[in-house]
Design a protein around this ligand. Sequence first.
Ligand SMILES: Cc1cc2nc3c(=O)[nH]c(=O)nc-3n(C[C@H](O)[C@H](O)[C@H](O)COP(=O)(O)OP(=O)(O)OC[C@H]3O[C@@H](n4cnc5c(N)ncnc54)[C@H](O)[C@@H]3O)c2cc1C
Length: 322
Amino acid sequence: MKNFAYVKAGSLAEAIKELSTKGARLHAGGTDLLGYARNEIVPVEKVVSISNLKTLKGISARPDGGVKIGALTPLADIAANASIAGKYAVLAQAAAAVGSPQIREQGTIGGNLCQRPRCWYFRSDVQCIKKGGTTCYGMSGENQYHAIFGGGPCFFVHPSDLAVALVALQAQVAITGPSGNKVIRIENFFVGPNKSIDKENILLPGEIVTDIRVPPVSGDVRSSYRKIRARGSWDFALTSVAAVLQLEGGVVSSARIVLGGVAPHPWRVAAAEKLLAGKKLDGAVAAAAGEAAISGATPLRDNAYKVEMVKGAVEESIAAFV
Ligand SMILES: Cc1cc2nc3c(=O)[nH]c(=O)nc-3n(C[C@H](O)[C@H](O)[C@H](O)COP(=O)(O)OP(=O)(O)OC[C@H]3O[C@@H](n4cnc5c(N)ncnc54)[C@H](O)[C@@H]3O)c2cc1C
């Protein structure tokens, strides 16, 4: 592992200044950063820890009835929070589904959203397209874990469980940086490889995610996070489904269905959302939603199994609400 400078920032302003230099990387819990620094996936010249910035940690109610989650909040705290479990089951379930107890204690929500892809070509010493090369080896190589939606020119899948749940909840991301503060819809936070090949989100040098804002929910809202993985723990999603349904008088008034593990960013399936709107839930509607969810899928040589997996996972998610 190459040597790097280390700074423990005493304020947000100091962190922003230190991060504005080339090769500087933000360190929150370090569970992802230290892995890719050790393997020299991308240059790491300076590590800037924000772990002293206590104002970035914790879960609090917002005046509008929603909730604010500081970027340094550990995933374990989100999984265990009674208010989140009560109002936003999809988010509590997604946080509980991450990795292992150790990862959930040390990993933060900010780091979970900003973690780098797990594609084995990206994580190896191969000079793939994401690291300045010309080829996505996932496209024609070992691609059983790669994208079936939204791929090209690079076919990695976004590894974050919480991102999928937060897109379904229409959360917002608060960012601060050299040009000031901004709050954006989380859907606009992630960018696909067709727009940006070397990064997965819109953060500019020196910018820091400070908190996540989840809007209030009211009435009959059903939500869940369903994750399918090869092993029962310590594993990323082969496919996951975040479902958030608003019901009125037993009829779906609106639906948000978002997939994980199948695209370079959380993948909204508008066709399934449209199909569910205005319906009373039953087994046939659940099956039709599963069918709608796979429209537009373009599997690679070894990952067609994900198409069936998506269909089944969406159907099961909706059927569980009946
Ligand atoms: C064995 C293992 C299993 C895992 N399994 C899963 C899983 O099943 N599901 C899943 O979703 N994740 C999984 N992960 C990923 C894990 O959840 C993340 O590594 C963790 O959440 C990252 O948080 P962190 O605080 O440690 O981030 P760090 O490692 O400190 O940072 C990660 C990246 O995000 C950037 N970053 C961190 N915080 C901010 C911020 N506030 N603003 C801007 N940039 C920031 C860093 O610069 C770095 O590039 C797994 C990781 C491991 C090692």
